[in-house]
Design a protein around this ligand. Sequence first.
Ligand SMILES: [Zn+2]
Length: 322
Amino acid sequence: MTPDLSRRSLLALGAGLGATALSTPVFARAPKLGTQAPYFHRFKLGDAEVTIVSDGPLPLGDPTGTFTGVPKEEVAKMLTDNFLSPTNVVLEQNSPIVNFGDRLVLFDTGMGASKAFGPTTGRLTRSMAEAGIKPDDIDAIVCSHAYIDHIGGIVDDAGKVLFPNAQVYLAQSDFDFWTDESKLGSPLKDFVLHARKNLMPVRDRIKFFKDGEQFLPGITAISAPGHTVGHTIFNVDSGGKSFVFLGDLTHHQILLLEKPRMEFAYDSDPKQAAATRVKLLDTIAANKTPVMSYHFPWPGFGNIAKAGDGFRYYAQPMQMQL
Ligand SMILES: [Zn+2]
């Protein structure tokens, strides 16, 4: 707009409003809409297109007893210093779907029908519909581990497989551990029931990957044990660009990065998980590889750098033009 046009527009606006309109403001009184933007975000990775879809927020509640090995007052201060609730830690569930052109790959599937963490989870297929992606078109489901919030969306409440054309990829040690019926009498019962409900119906479609194996073009397994015995993160690359899908290497962008040796109660082996976390985050920070984090704030795409004795997360700006 030239200065001339601008001035003319302003003059026209003033003339149109007239003297009475200027002294008597009229408000639109638009109704509140109460709806949110669709729960997906899309970006390019080399030659591939990545669509992050959400299974919805997963509230862990009070961090006391969940994030351990650090005094609870210190945990509360870390949260309040970062303007986060000290009494309700909320994780997101960000699943990337990578379209390599000849293959559509979904990473982790959310809580599914389980409401163990309240009503906000379980919207994966709804988010996919919002993103225009059909479950029938998913060729592969890559699972970081066999926990409730990562494999829970493979079947619906009635046990029907939601992704009828997908191969499922998982570490064999995790499959064996979490589908083991002998653990049904142990405190792990609910996890085992949930894993069996989701994995047994696709048992003949599960392929096991090995540490360091590029088991699909552009996807390489990196063993990250501790959270579970077979927990795995993945290097995803296309056209010279890459990110690491972190699975549950770190659950929280402040607590388990600033103090990466803090322990997390849901870890099968918290000490091993912490050692794995520090080792792999060191490598990721040194290589400056972008990360796609399952549990970080929506949409979970950014970078991790070393900071003091720990790490710091830098969210990448959402790119709203492809
Ligand atoms: Zn998780």
